[in-house]
Ligand binder design. Structure first.
Ligand code: SAH
Length: 212
């Protein structure tokens, strides 16, 4: 299969799973997932499945990345926080949609790899930090949009606090390690509105920094 054919099939699969937002599809078309998948899994980069990355973590399934990005309703002027950089794939996609993206991961080594790719892709509106993202990024807050790509029992308080009025946060929540609910939280003048989107499966949001 040629690269163009693979790309067509990739986009077709996204559409068939409900990713229909044109801006999201274009951002995903511009972001070659193969760059973010290393070693012997690289040839599965265009399959719609999660794949292992370093530190026992995973790069999410493309259709889930697409649906989460779509649910986030990012505007071109938005300042976005992503918690859980992992491979950097989701952050790179967000960088095409937002004015400014901040992404954090608790593993230094994952961050180092992701930063190399951001530099290689010449992405200039993205800043990556090694930090415990459950506390958000107080120095850069508040955010128009927050995307969490690891599952917590409940939306972390600091993240709710760092969301602007009119802002949206998308995150997986739940007690179980195997299945969580993807939810969308909208901050209004008076409080927060919660909406359940679909069941998903993510690695847990853990406290503190990772060892590697
Ligand atoms: N968005 C990533 C996939 C995320 S996998 C991608 O596109 O590839 C989930 C990531 O969340 C892992 O890399 C894990 O290290 C990170 N993570 C878990 N708990 C965290 C925390 N408290 N703060 C920051 N990152 C965290």
């Amino acid at each position: 299969m040629t690269r163009a054919e693979r790309q067509m099939q990739f986009l077709y699969a996204l559409r068939s799973k409900g990713v229909t937002d044109a801006r999201v599809l274009t951002a995903m078309e511009k972001t070659d997932r193969a760059l973010f998948v290393k070693g012997h899994f690289a040839d599965r980069a265009y399959d719609d499945m999660p794949l292992p990355i370093a530190c026992g973590q995973t790069i999410s399934q493309p259709s889930v990345v697409g649906l989460m990005t779509q649910a986030l309703q990012v505007n071109p002027r938005d300042k976005v926080l992503e918690v859980g950089t992992g491979s950097g794939y989701q952050a790179a996609i967000l960088s095409h949609l937002a004015r400014r993206v901040y992404t954090v991961d608790r593993y230094k080594s994952l961050m180092a790899e992701a930063r190399k790719i951001f530099t290689q892709l010449d992405i200039t509106n993205l800043t990556a930090f090694t930090a415990d993202g459950s506390f958000g990024l107080p120095e850069q807050a508040p955010f128009d949009r927050i995307l969490v790509t690891a599952a917590a029992e409940d939306p972390p308080g600091p993240l709710l606090a760092q969301l602007k009025v009119g802002g949206i946060m998308v995150l997986p929540v739940g007690q179980s390690d195997s299945v969580q609910q993807l939810i969308r939280v909208a901050r209004t003048q008076t409080g927060f509105e919660y909406e359940e989107l679909r069941p998903v499966r993510f690695v847990p949001l853990l406290e503190g920094l990772g060892k590697d």
